[in-house]
Ligand binder design. Structure first.
Ligand code: BTN
Length: 268
């Protein structure tokens, strides 16, 4: 590959002071999907903390069966293997945790404040900049493995997005007018993930929920969600311990929206 500087696993590792993540950092040129390869490594016994990065993905996947644009050398396409020993109900909080870590690192590269949109989007200037895809697997010896996949649009130009996505998607380069050093961005992302994950495991109060709400402007606003083909309208007012979005409908009914069954539409 030419024309961009390839991510360097050794340099990333040397710039980390990780507690839990980054024991192994693997950088690939073109692979199908870092989440898919992480799943294979998990099945083959990879330990917690492995980080997989790719310069491009041929079948990068997003939530709800969508694909993730993964053209070479302009984005961060990363998956991390976790094996948290926590109550299963808390597992969805890991997606929220990854969102918080991604916002923290993105905010080191821009004066604008990135915002979290439940359950897995990071927006900059109202457009999608980054997304999280968490996948759960039970390993052969019964451990719970969680693959956290994170995609960040770093140096994409508008023409890198399909025409229908251009009004909705952005990159750090587009927003700041300057190219981003992906090596520094990847290192920062792993560092923030490591800190948040370590804090999360030692915290029964789920402080991550408060951090997530602090980085989101969704609360107090009207949202429209689709659940099983039906439209639900309400005002978002919080998150529960299962990572569900709490909304109050116009009739005053409180509902907990589950990320697996819901897709959020734009606010009206
Ligand atoms: C979404 O917003 O729908 C989630 C996007 C997640 C994309 C990342 S890129 C690295 C990892 N590998 C994948 O195939 N997907 C995730």
């Amino acid at each position: 590959m030419t024309g961009f500087s390839r991510l360097n696993a050794e340099k990333i590792k040397n710039n980390l002071d990780s507690v839990r993540l980054g024991s192994d950092i693997l950088v690939f040129d073109a692979i199908e999907s870092t989440n898919e390869l992480a799943r294979k490594h998990l099945e083959e016994g990879a330990s917690e903390g492995w980080v997989l990065l790719a310069e491009s993905q041929t079948r990068g996947r997003g939530r709800l069966g969508r694909s993730w644009i993964s053209i070479p050398g302009v984005g961060i396409y990363m998956s991390v293997i976790l094996k948290p020993r926590i109550q299963p109900e808390r597992l969805p909080q890991l997606t929220l945790l990854a969102g918080v870590a991604a916002v923290q690192s993105i905010n080191e590269f821009t004066n604008k404040k990135a915002q979290l949109k439940w359950p897995n989007d990071i927006l900059l200037n109202g457009k999608k900049l980054s997304g999280i895809l968490s996948e759960y697997h039970t390993t052969q010896n019964g451990e719970t493995g969680v693959i956290i996949g994170i995609g960040i649009n770093a140096n994409h130009s508008p023409s890198d997005f399909p025409e229908d996505l251009r009004p909705l998607a952005t990159s750090l380069g587009i927003e700041t007018g300057d190219p981003v050093d992906r090596q520094t961005l990847a290192t920062s992302l792993i560092r923030h993930l490591d800190r948040e994950y370590d804090a999360f495991l030692g915290d029964n109060d789920s402080a991550i929920l408060k951090k997530w709400t602090d980085h989101s402007d969704m609360f107090g606003k009207k949202i429209v969600a689709a659940r099983g083909g039906k439209e639900i309208q309400g005002t978002a007012f919080g998150l529960d311990l299962r990572g569900r979005l709490l909304i109050r409908t116009q009739q005053g009914k409180e509902l907990a929206l589950d990320s697996g069954e819901i897709s959020l539409g734009p606010t009206r």
